[in-house]
Write a protein that binds this ligand. Structure first.
Ligand code: NAD
Ligand code: UDP
Length: 308
């Protein structure tokens, strides 16, 4: 199989590159390095089955591939809000260009969508059938609405042109290779604690998230791509924690003497989030295997080296 991974030098993308390369497949890794790093895939450069392409998905590209794993898009609120118009372009034009490519060459395309399509959910936990509560004009809208229109494009390309699509709604995923300045909560807390700084709780820390370890996510992506179910399908770990609980877990592992400081809760920050994963269990025979405690240990070990 010849695989194109857009966003392949990013956090999730680089773990997917590793899995496909280890399976003996051919990998074209495409990235504009906005939040990705060559260091994440440096080990494969020069390998005969690996190719690296610097490209921005908002521009069309012609390639011969069998499978497109479309991950290109900044995922951290700090980065996707840095240039929200660019984020919306990446989601819409990027997905449009990749679907055009899939149509031309008959490739199957997997879209990395997000739990953010549920917005600040009024239904808890969130099944795929929930249509979401999204602000169309807020600070998160460029990303949330961008991913919603990207899902729409996938289904219209399937209906109009018969493109084979797979749509995954990814819930908060963490692990090694997140950027130290990524801005997402797991990396922020670990990096702050390792530097002996107070941990920054936004709001009172009572909002919840459900954290999935990156290896579990990648296994789910591969099963979805290889199977016959189109999605949308939730992939995430249903273990739900408040942000304060997460901060306590990180603090107790690194330095129990650290303080918490509070910062204002960002606009439209969802109050709760937890996936229903019955569909993934049924259709993909998938469920997470790495508990938060275990995944945090592995992630902390990575950051100890990375920021030493
Ligand atoms: P990331 O920011 O680490 O990776 C995104 C990658 O895409 C980076 O390498 C970046 O340089 C690249 N990129 C961004 N814009 C691009 C463009 N216009 N052209 C080419 N490359 C571009 O984020 P991640 O956590 O690895 O997320 C990967 C995908 O999964 C994203 O689509 C994200 O929306 C989705 N997702 C991730 C999570 C999560 O918790 N990690 C949750 C939901 C959805
Ligand atoms: N958060 C926090 N401190 C931080 C970074 C994030 O309390 O230093 C909170 C944030 O307000 C949100 C949760 O942690 O409620 C998850 O934030 P993240 O940016 O990781 O992901 P998302 O909001 O997109 O789920």
């Amino acid at each position: 199989m010849r695989n194109l991974i857009t966003g392949g030098a990013g956090f999730v993308g680089s773990h997917l590159v590793d899995r496909l390369m280890q399976a003996g497949e051919e990998v074209l890794c495409l990235d504009n390095y906005f939040t990705g790093r060559k260091a994440n895939i440096a080990g494969w450069i020069g390998h005969p089955r690996f190719e690296l392409i610097r490209h921005d998905v908002t521009e069309p590209i012609r390639l011969e591939v069998d499978r497109i794993w479309h991950l290109a898009c900044p995922a951290s609120p700090v980065h996707y809000q840095h240039n929200p118009i660019k984020t919306a372009k990446t989601s819409f034009l990027g997905t449009y260009n990749m679907l055009g490519l899939a149509r031309r060459v008959g490739a199957r395309l997997l879209l990395a969508s997000t739990s953010e399509v549920y917005g600040d959910p009024e239904v808890h936990p969130q099944p795929e059938s929930y249509r979401g509560s999204v602000n169309t004009i807020g600070l998160r809208s460029c990303y949330d609405e961008g991913k919603r229109i990207a899902e729409t494009l996938c289904f219209d390309y399937q209906r109009m042109h018969g493109v084979e699509i797979r749509v995954v709604r990814i819930f908060n995923t963490y692990g090694p290779r997140m950027l130290p300045d990524d801005g997402r909560v797991v990396s922020n807390f670990i990096v702050q604690a390792l530097r002996g700084e107070p941990l920054t709780l936004y709001g009172d820390g009572s909002q919840t998230r459900s954290f999935c370890y990156v290896d579990d996510l990648v296994e789910g992506l591969i099963r979805l791509m290889n199977g016959s179910h189109t999605g949308p399908i939730n992939i995430g770990n249903p273990g739900e924690f408040t942000i304060r609980q997460l901060a306590e877990k990180v603090r107790e592992r690194i330095n129990p003497n650290l303080d918490f400081i509070t910062k204002p809760l960002p606009q439209d920050d969802p109050l709760q989030r937890q996936p229903v994963i019955d569909l993934a269990r049924q259709e993909l025979d998938w469920q997470p295997t790495v508990a938060l405690d275990q995944g945090l240990d592995a992630t902390i070990a990575y950051f100890r080296e990375a920021i030493a």
